[in-house]
Design a protein around this ligand. Structure first.
Ligand SMILES: [Zn+2]
Length: 318
């Protein structure tokens, strides 16, 4: 892969972002088009093609040798099928990887957004100096990735590392979007933080997570209480993660996750109380390097890991 350019395509429920990524993880061009996920599978795929076409038309477009795609899961990275994702309801058992590969004649890989972003951090970003990385993205949801030696751990059928849906409160009041109860995501995502603030204020105002963080940074006592709870939920959960994996580093990204970085030292100390590992507090917790472009870099990173055996042979149409 040295010296070759990979097109990274980051598909979300409302947008498709794409960029051309060097073998050093640098993003050369960034493109963003709206995603139409409400009408039909062909319309949604058309948005993906539109982003890829724009990238191919750029000055570095002719040098693209591979395509990496990330999409909300659940999906099967081995077959390249999107199974059924609430963010893009028109794709059910949809052959996304094969569709892209056939249209462009370039070898294509697919993984879910959190796995891809975590891989970019493990190869080029905050996790690069470490052999094992636990990656967390905290925003609208909570996504996770487990990366050992620059390889995503996929589990038996590609559905592993859904750490955001680990139950941390079986008596939790809130049902998670996944259908379970008391998942970390339902307690510590951006909307969950905002909901706790609104419950405390109970004056009917709508508040978003970003405003809670802003108020916390300004010293607002209610917001500070809500953020302290957020850190508590993360500490309990990460204590379990450390007992299970003992990663060399924990990398936290996502819109809310990176904004909590002032609390990472406190989180590191607090999680040790929820772990039997006497060295838990030694594990560094680092903010992600890529920010909003994690998906683009991560999709390209799918071609820079050692997990080639997971992917079907390319169709070879060039
Ligand atoms: Zn859940």
């Amino acid at each position: 892969m040295a010296g070759e350019l990979v097109l990274g395509v980051d598909i979300g429920g409302t947008k498709v972002a794409a960029g051309i990524v060097t073998s050093a993880g640098e993003i050369l061009h960034k493109i963003r088009v709206p995603m139409d996920s409400k009408h039909g599978s062909a319309e949604a795929l058309g948005c993906v093609y539109q982003a890829i076409d724009l990238a191919l038309e750029s000055e570095d477009g002719p040098f693209i040798s591979h395509i990496g795609v990330s999409s909300p899961g659940p999906l099967d990275p081995r077959t390249g099928m999107v199974l059924a994702t609430p963010n893009i309801p028109c794709w059910v058992d949809f052959p996304l990887r094969e569709s892209v590969e056939r249209k462009y004649g370039l070898p294509t890989r697919l993984d879910n957004d959190a796995n891809a972003a975590g891989l970019a951090e493990a190869i080029w970003g905050a996790g690069a100096p470490f052999g094992s990385v636990f990656y967390v993205t905290i925003g609208t949801g909570v996504g996770t990735a487990i990366i050992f030696d620059r390889q995503v751990y996929h589990g038996r059928s590609g559905l592993a590392a859904e750490g955001g849906h680990m139950t941390v409160d079986m008596h939790g009041k809130v049902d998670c979007a996944c259908g379970k109860r008391g998942c970390l995501e339902s307690l510590a995502s951006g909307p969950a933080l905002a909901r706790r603030m609104m419950e405390r204020l109970s004056d009917g105002t709508t508040i978003y997570a970003e405003e809670v963080v802003n108020k916390w940074k300004q010293g607002d006592p209610v917001a500070s209480r809500c953020v302290a709870e957020e850190i508590d939920f993360l500490a309990v959960w990460l204590g379990n993660i450390v007992d299970l994996l003992e990663p060399e580093v924990i990398v936290i990204g996502g819109g809310l996750g990176t904004r909590l970085s002032d609390e990472f030292d406190a989180l590191r100390v607090r999680l040790a109380r929820w772990s039997i590992n006497g060295r838990a507090a030694d594990i560094p917790i680092k903010p992600a390097s890529y920010g909003e472009f994690a998906g683009i870099a991560g999709s390209a990173a799918l071609w820079c890991s050692h997990s080639a055996q997971l992917v079907q042979p390319s169709l070879g149409k060039r």
